[in-house]
Design a protein around this ligand. Structure first.
Ligand code: TPP
Ligand code: MG
Length: 582
């Protein structure tokens, strides 16, 4: 039912006689969103959606205004990941749409459900390319970058149009959907009763997809014969919210597990079967690998090459909702197509009550390697160096998260990303959100805002100084909405390191920033708390205070400019010039 109480009512008398109740495009979009439980919008106002935003807010939808659409889009995308409902991003036409489009493509690549709703200019003028205000054929541009793209021209179609967008975003493999709403649509008036009837509440938007029994049996046969099995948990596993089934499968099988970055915390990183600190050993030496919501893309070296040991030495069991994912890079011995919850539960059921645990010598070898690596790291995390290095600073932040396992950790940068991922243990599912499949800079403040709004939990954002710059203006948004976000900037004066020099001329090197910048002063402009932390002790005090008070805080953590390495852990991906003068 449309929410009559909050809807503008337009009374009119027509030739037919009695007064009719009318509604319009503005109200129908609002009603359709609310009917489907979509109660939060992330966006930037302007023609033609300013009034829509106002009316949505007055109708009880939470409308968060950002400083740039890309950040609003990232917030919407992570809202989708955290809630399994499409996150909604709202933008103006052409430039606003394009600003939001990066986030929509990002959502699609990362398999997060999101709907980008953009106002658009007059179709008649756009299609004849007559130079309308913010003219652009947005639908055509969005199409190749998202899962589906729709345009609604008639108010009567708003209900069905939004229903299509929701279903496309969340069913099967989730992704981004574009919804084009021309300016004229908002003002279209129709009979209110007709409008109410046109709305659609999407029933079972992401239906379970049950794996075939044969496929389950095949997967278990492969697993049963494994001598050195490994489970890899991707962010698809986190998204599925099948936390109990996944834990049962891992523990019942006794197989070591390796969490991908956003798979961390599905089971605690401190779990006895966690192989996070023995990554290279398990990739190289395993003989059967169960991929759960993890793709064999660049992040797993495509399932082949040096890091995977002897060529063709392993068998893969892959659980994914998308059939096309199978054999994308290497042969999959046991494809298991379905939603992760259904597939993992089917495996657990099929294992019965007398399933043999993974061989003890294998689990023992993995634990030994892990414990050695953890022990090697421990003293570095306790160092009190000034200026701080990454390990000293992360030793402090690791304890902050250990003491607050419900907090959300946002993370981006190069060294600031890779070292944080390796050092900070996660204890609960969906608490670590980061640069994802593309390794993109710029998700930081959008994710922090989206996570704080959707979960109500405190957020700790660990940001490289370069990474932060991509979305830094949103600290005003954080202060404006008084969100419990603590941003820690690992300030090493630049990208990777702050020590590069230009070989020629007086311009600074391409990777360095103003030396000794004080990012903490930025947030003071918006009445947030700014702290300059030069030692692990100062950092500890400042972060604890921020996490406990929930006050928007920005901490400038001064890091030795020489501490990082080129591109963090992925320097090997840089092409090298053979001709470059040394
Ligand atoms: C949108 C985008 N632009 C550029 C890059 C290339 N890039 C990768 S990491 C990085 C910044 C690394 O510096 P910083 O965030 O300061 O981390 P540090 O290694 O210094 O700790 C950049 C610009 C990217 N990944 N994404
Ligand atoms: Mg840096």
């Amino acid at each position: 039912m449309a929410d009559a109480a909050v809807k503008e009512k337009i009374a009119t008398t027509d030739a037919a006689g009695p007064e009719r109740e009318l509604t319009d495009g503005f109200n129908l979009v609002i009603d359709a969103l609310k009917l489907n439980g979509l109660n939060t919008i992330y966006g930037v106002p302007g023609i033609p959606i300013t009034d829509f935003g106002r009316m949505a807010q007055a109708a009880g939808i939470r409308v968060l205004s950002f400083r740039h659409e890309q950040n609003a889009g990232y917030a919407a995308s992570i809202a989708g990941f955290l809630t399994k409902k499409p996150g909604i991003c709202l933008t103006v036409s052409a430039p606003g749409f394009l600003n939001g489009l990066t986030a929509l493509a990002h959502a699609t690549t990362n398999c997060f459900p999101m709907i980008l709703i953009s106002g658009s200019s007059e179709r008649e003028i756009v299609d004849l390319q007559q130079g309308d205000y913010e003219e652009m054929d947005q639908l055509a541009i969005a199409k190749p970058l998202c899962k589906a793209a729709y345009r609604i021209l008639h108010a009567q179609d708003i209900g069905i149009g939004l229903a299509r967008a929701i279903r496309a975003a969340v069913s099967g493999r989730p992704g981004g959907v574009y919804l084009d709403l021309p300016a004229k649509l908002f003002g279209q008036v129709i009979d209110a009763e007709e409008g109410r009837k046109s709305l659609v509440k999407v029933i079972d938007p992401a239906p379970a997809q049950i794996p075939a029994p044969d496929a389950v049996k095949r997967a278990l046969d492969v697993l049963k014969n494994a001598k050195r099995p490994l489970i890899i948990l991707g962010k698809g596993a986190s998204y599925s919210q099948a936390d109990d089934a996944i834990r049962n499968f891992v523990e019942k099988s006794g197989v070591p597990f390796l969490p991908m970055s956003m798979g961390k915390g599905l089971l605690p990183d401190t779990h006895p079967q966690c192989a996070g600190a023995a990554r290279s050993t398990v990739l190289k030496d395993s003989d059967v690998v169960v991929l759960i919501g993890a793709r064999l893309n660049w992040l797993l070296s495509h399932g082949k090459g040096k890091s995977w040991g002897e060529p063709h030495s392993k068998k893969f069991i892959q659980i994914d909702i998308e059939p096309k994912e199978m054999d994308s890079n290497v042969e999959i011995a046991a494809p298991l197509i379905g939603d992760i919850g259904s597939c993992v539960s089917a495996l657990v059921d099929g294992m019965g009550s007398s399933w043999p645990k993974a061989p003890a010598d294998w689990m023992g070898a993995v634990s030994k390697k892990r414990d050695e690596n953890v022990a090697k790291m421990a003293p570095r995390l306790m160092n009190n160096n000034v200026p701080m290095d990454y390990h000293g600073a992360l030793g402090v932040l690791r304890t902050v998260i250990k003491e607050r396992p419900d907090a959300i950790l946002v993370n981006e940068g190069a060294n600031a990303l890779d070292l944080t991922r390796g050092i900070i243990d996660m204890y609960k599912p969906r608490k670590r959100i980061d640069v994802g499949t593309w390794g993109v800079m710029g998700i930081g403040m959008g994710y922090a805002i989206g996570a704080a709004v959707e979960t109500g939990k405190p957020v700790l954002a660990i940001e490289g100084d370069s990474a932060f710059g991509f979305s830094g203006m949103e600290i005003e948004t954080i202060c404006r909405y008084k969100l419990p976000v603590c941003v820690v900037i690992f300030n090493n004066d630049g990208i990777y390191r702050g020590t590069d020099v230009n070989a020629l001329g007086t311009d600074p090197a391409t990777t360095v920033f103003v030396k000794g910048s004080r990012y903490d002063k930025m947030i003071e402009a918006f009445d947030g708390v700014g702290v300059n932390a030069t030692s692990p002790d100062e950092l500890r005090r400042a972060v604890n205070a921020a996490m406990d008070s929930g006050k928007p805080t920005l901490i400038n953590a001064v890091i030795d400019p020489a501490a990082g390495s080129e591109s963090g852990r992925i320097g090997n991906l840089n092409p090298q010039s053979k001709l470059r003068k040394k």
